[in-house]
Design a protein around this ligand. Sequence first.
Ligand code: OAD
Length: 234
Amino acid sequence: MKLNRNDNIVFFTGAGMSAESGVPTYRGSGGIWNEYQWEEYACERAFRNNPNNVLDFHELRRIEALKCKPHAGHFRMKGIEDKYPNTTIITQNIDGMHQRSGSKNVIELHGSLWRMRCESEGTIHEDLENGKYSNRYCECGNFQRPDIIWFQDMLDEKIINNTIFTITACSLFISIGTSASVWPAAGFPKLAKQSGAYCIEINPEETELSSIYDEVIREKAGRGLELCLEKVQY
Ligand code: OAD
């Protein structure tokens, strides 16, 4: 495949994209959900039962994420965005690594660890210092929660519509480091395929969706991206 300057390119990333930066994945060896039960830390119910426990967990995740840096693969992606202006990164990650490497056109499907949202007013707060918020409460007196999609939360409709629009228009869809096990994100590779995109999966492990891709690259994100770009004559 030879890329043209105006081609629509989608990078669809999951936790495996950040693994080489040192951010743990969710499943598999070292996965966050092996150590922490999401029912206690990542759902609205847990937040209602014990908000400080849930906020401590997310604060720890921010502090750990601050110790990590974007890796070469993130910067390579930024280079592609510079060369091909119709490039979109659709990420399930909440760690902000793509933005930290300079990428601009990023759709965060599951929100961001770096924003807090007032439970009752919906106001967004971003006044963080070293991963911590000086005040866990909004001016209105209610707790702020991380502005992320927890288990059993609905995704933002505008974000979903934008994502579907972008995927159906893309000619190249590159999935990197996702187990494709969480919906609706797990449906996006098939949508890309049905819409006629050339689909490539980069993942050291086979996934449930591997068979639908036109090509699979069994490598880690950074090396996999290099090989992928050779194939598409970047
Ligand atoms: P998972 O932890 O489910 O899957 C990570 C994937 O990355 C696996 O398929 C690994 O094989 C692969 N992987 C591991 N190391 C890699 C590397 N160095 N390079 C490339 N791939 C590598 O993470 P996600 O699929 O992102 O949701 O999980 C989806 C959602 O489930 C997350 O957004 C999160 C979680 O619950 C919410 O928090 C709402």
